[in-house]
Design a protein around this ligand. Structure first.
Ligand SMILES: Nc1ncnc2c1ncn2[C@@H]1O[C@H](COP(=O)(O)OP(=O)(O)OP(=O)(O)O)[C@@H](O)[C@H]1O
Length: 299
């Protein structure tokens, strides 16, 4: 049984089709990312999957159960990260998470442990309106996880975080997934999708353009590798003469060699003692997005 089964899901706002016939399945224990620029339809899609928004067409089943109309059997089994603005007012961080916990019959002990896990123990007595954006974000994630759900949904969980806090949250989300939970997140960040997700759904204009592992998406591009050697190591003409190099040009970083045979070209560079400062770049999810949409990725 799929953890998530979405069939032909559609949502329209007037003339705008925000989600346009999306079909996808997510297996239990998978970590899935929905990646796309502003307005792609990620939030609308997620809200319908969570059962928070009524679709105009199509159907969603979570853990084998229909989500719409609201299905109380599912509530204890899924965790949805709410926007920070949906906190109860005038409560401290500790009161906030204990309140969420008590709604699910979870005691104060586990609630306080979650504050610790997201690094908010020293802010436990602060009112939620006095937390920074990143702190509020972490509290909202802890509140979504406090009842130990099987299926976790996070909408841009690292949006307001600094790089260190982002990394910490990546570790936390990985550990939740490794403990068997199915995790779905939306993100603008290619590196985040690549680092965390088993599979990535690339979304634009309400449609899923591709849904596959990051490696398969990049492999499907069949993009050549770009090998850069340090300036002064060899000229562009010398580089172009190496067997397997389809193009070579100088730029600020050195000489860039384009090839579909990176191993052969690196061997030739090594034989000529030209490996100083070498770097190799293969395709990225950014290239995948460009190739799928014809547009540069702009979050
Ligand atoms: N309640 C609404 N009423 C009218 N239009 C809406 C509504 N919610 C979303 N939209 C529109 O639907 C489209 C998809 O929005 P959505 O928020 O799902 O995109 P998103 O990919 O999550 O974007 P972001 O990354 O900015 O959060 C956008 O064009 C948006 O303006």
């Amino acid at each position: 049984m799929s953890a998530i089964d979405v069939q032909d899901l559609t949502k329209r706002y007037g003339d705008l089709t925000a989600v346009d016939g999306v079909t996808l399945q997510v297996a239990e224990g998978e970590f899935v990312g929905v990646l796309g620029p502003n307005g792609a339809g990620k939030t609308t899609l997620l809200e319908m999957i969570e059962g928070l928004r009524k679709p105009d067409g199509g159907e969603v089943r979570l853990l084998g159960e229909p989500v719409w109309p609201r299905n109380p059997r599912l509530q204890p089994r899924i965790g949805v990260q709410l926007q920070a603005s949906s906190f109860f007012e005038r409560l401290t961080a500790r009161e906030q998470i204990r309140t969420f916990a008590s709604l699910y019959g979870v005691g104060a002990g586990p609630a306080d442990e979650w504050l610790e896990r997201v690094g908010l123990t020293d802010k436990a007595g602060a009112r939620v309106e006095d937390l920074s954006g990143g702190q509020a974000q972490r509290l909202s994630i802890a509140c979504a996880l406090v009842h130990d759900p099987e299926l976790v949904f996070l909408d841009e969980p690292t949006a307001a975080l600094d790089p260190q806090a982002r990394r910490n949250l990546w570790d936390l989300l990985s550990s939740i997934n490794e403990s068997g939970r199915t995790v779905v997140l939306t993100t603008h960040y290619m590196d985040e999708a690549e680092a965390l997700c088993d599979r990535v759904a690339v979304m634009d204009h309400g449609r899923i353009l591709q849904f596959d592992t990051p490696a398969a998406l990049v492999r499907g591009l069949d993009a050549p590798a770009r090998i850069t050697v340090a300036p002064g190591t060899l000229t562009a003409d010398q580089a172009a003469a190496i067997p397997g190099v389809s193009d070579a040009a100088e730029d600020l970083d050195g000489v860039v060699l384009v090839t579909r045979d990176p191993a052969g070209v690196l061997t030739a560079l090594a034989a000529g003692d030209h490996l100083a400062g070498v770097s190799v770049r293969t395709g990225t999810l950014e290239d995948v997005f460009l190739s799928l949409t014809g547009r540069e990725y702009r979050a």
